[in-house]
Design a protein around this ligand. Structure first.
Ligand SMILES: *[C@@H]1O[C@H](CO)[C@@H](O)[C@H](O)[C@H]1NC(C)=O
Ligand SMILES: *[C@@H]1O[C@H](CO)[C@@H](O)[C@H](O)[C@H]1NC(C)=O
Ligand SMILES: *[C@@H]1O[C@H](CO)[C@@H](O)[C@H](O)[C@H]1NC(C)=O
Ligand SMILES: *[C@@H]1O[C@H](CO)[C@@H](O)[C@H](O)[C@H]1NC(C)=O
Ligand SMILES: *[C@@H]1O[C@H](CO)[C@@H](O)[C@H](O)[C@H]1NC(C)=O
Length: 466
């Protein structure tokens, strides 16, 4: 009976010891009840440690197998691999550990391992906590790069470009707190811009947003780009850069007249009805094909400055203007043409177009021969009534003189032939003069006009003589 009891006690003790799992650390100490209850904190490892590295090796007693293991990581990934073989329980770094910082933000990882003890009679489990020391082993990385902005010029000051399209960078390093953003001060292209850290993302605290604003009015005609830099906060900071491209929205920024020149033919314009004439151009209305808005100002300049006050600009719309002739002086009808330049400008942009208006005056084109028919054609447009009268009187006077002369020649011819030859030579000399004046005509308008006037007189003489 006593022996039997003793055996029972022995068997009981044996079975208890077999039911229990026990773990022996490398320093030969046993895993304590508290460690099993609250978890085992391993010595720190580096984030740069390689997969396969053993972080824990225990000699077990009574363990038959690992039932399961769970991970406590936010990403549900296993960064440590538990294994059990020949009474040795080992934990090594899993393959995913190399990406730990990409998925996790905590400076420690853990798994819980469940063991079967004594062939299924008992179970035990504990948590293995592995602290990780961060090294600055990752570059910050720009997100959604490269950055480009299509903008119309001029670009005003204090424009927050980051609101149009965000600039951000991510740094996965566990201990990284912030990313600083900046531009290269010595880069001409980035002048007028300013970049800075703006905020940390609400949900992804590894993501940092940058601000990019204009510090001056930017007005460039062509696309340009500059670099933006992101720097993390390690003891040895890492810096990366990417490009920011500004694409100039040419359609909406540059002021442009639809046509470089507008031509109106007013060579039949009658002085009596000329006042208030609104010119019509072969090219259509004077208008802006790009960049028109209510800030556009027009400035008209008449090239000779003589008729500056005789042209009046009527604004039809922001993009279109009309040109009116006001109180034209008599002499404008003697001009063959009037040239005007029209300047449209708004802050940071301008364009110029040329306006060419033909007037009834004699053409001063390269076509050098001014025929007598042309000279006669201008006659009706010459509104200067006093000069017309003068010419008529002069013409009649000269005609009388010529008739008298002819009569005298006839009278003298009867007496002697030599005098007649002299007179004929005199007329021929005048003819030569006329040719000379003709040659002058391609020269400046005023001299051309004067020569034409004189030419007309000569023409009268010629007609009268005939
Ligand atoms: C800044 O810009 C200047 C001029 O373009 C260039 O020489 C320099 O290398 C740039 N600095 C950096 C850090 O890129
Ligand atoms: C010419 O027209 C303008 C406006 O159309 C008018 O103010 C001006 O008095 C006119 N001049 C003459 C001489 O009729
Ligand atoms: C216009 O030209 C004619 C000659 O064609 C000249 O007699 C007249 O004086 C000129 N008028 C003015 C205002 O210049
Ligand atoms: C047009 O006018 C503006 C303002 O008066 C001036 O700044 C600009 O130089 C002019 N442009 C041209 C081409 O004359
Ligand atoms: C000059 O004008 C005449 C007729 O007016 C024309 O036949 C001739 O081709 C013109 N010459 C030039 C060089 O324009």
């Amino acid at each position: 009976m006593y022996i039997n009891l003793k055996l029972h006690i022995f068997l009981f003790i044996t079975s208890v010891s077999c039911q229990q799992c026990s773990f022996e650390k490398p320093d030969r100490s046993k895993l304590s009840e508290d460690e099993i209850k609250y978890g085992i904190i391993l010595p720190s490892i580096l984030d740069t440690d390689q997969p396969g590295k053993p972080v824990l090796t225990y000699i077990t007693t009574g363990v038959t197998k690992i039932i399961q293991s769970t991970t406590t990581s936010a990403s549900q990934r296993y960064f440590m691999t538990p294994s059990f073989d020949s009474d040795i329980f080992q934990v090594t770094l899993a393959n995913d550990f190399k990406d730990y910082e990409i998925y996790e933000t905590k400076a420690a990882m853990s798994i819980r391992v469940y063991f079967e003890c004594g062939g299924g009679i008992n179970k035990t489990d504990f948590e293995i906590i592995q602290p990780i020391n961060d090294t600055n082993n990752h570059d910050p990385q720009f997100v959604n790069l490269p950055y480009s902005y299509k903008l119309s010029m001029p670009l005003p000051q204090n424009i927050p470009l980051h609101l149009l399209s965000g600039i951000s960078a991510r740094d996965v390093d566990l201990s990284n707190q912030k990313i600083t953003f900046f531009l290269n001060n010595s880069d001409v292209n980035s002048q007028g811009f300013f970049a800075a850290w703006l905020s940390t993302d609400q949900t992804d605290n590894k993501l940092h947003r940058a601000s990019l604003t204009t510090t001056a009015v930017i007005n460039l005609k062509n696309d340009f780009s500059f670099k933006i830099y992101a720097r993390d906060t390690g003891t040895v900071p890492r810096t990366v850069s990417t490009s920011v491209t500004i694409i100039v929205d040419k359609d909406n920024s540059v002021l442009r007249f639809e046509k470089p020149i507008y031509i109106a033919d007013c060579s039949d314009l009658q002085p009596e009805v000329a006042n208030g004439t609104i010119f019509t151009f072969d090219q259509g209305d004077i208008s802006l094909s790009a960049g028109a808005d209510n800030s556009v100002k027009y400035f008209l300049q008449e090239e000779s400055r003589e008729y500056q006050d005789n042209f009046y600009l009527i604004k039809k719309s922001d993009a279109s203007v009309r040109l009116q002739l006001i109180n034209p002086p008599k002499k404008i009808f003697n001009e063959s043409f009037v040239l005007l330049t029209l300047n449209a400008s708004k802050p940071g942009a301008d364009d110029v177009t040329v306006i060419h208006i033909s007037f009834p005056g004699r053409s001063t084109s390269k076509n050098s021969s001014i025929s007598s028919t042309e000279a006669n054609k201008t006659e009706p447009y010459n509104d200067d009534s006093t000069s017309t009268v003068t010419i008529t009187v002069l013409g009649v006077f000269l005609a009388i003189v010529t008739i008298v002369l002819v009569v005298m020649i006839v009278l003298y011819w009867r007496r002697t032939r030599s005098i007649v030859t002299e007179k004929v030579n005199g007329i021929q000399e005048k003819k030569e003069e006329m040719i000379e004046i003709d040659r002058d005509s391609p020269h400046p308008v005023s001299s051309g006009r004067r020569s034409v006037a004189f030419n007309d007189i000569v023409e009268e003489i010629k007609i009268a003589r005939l």
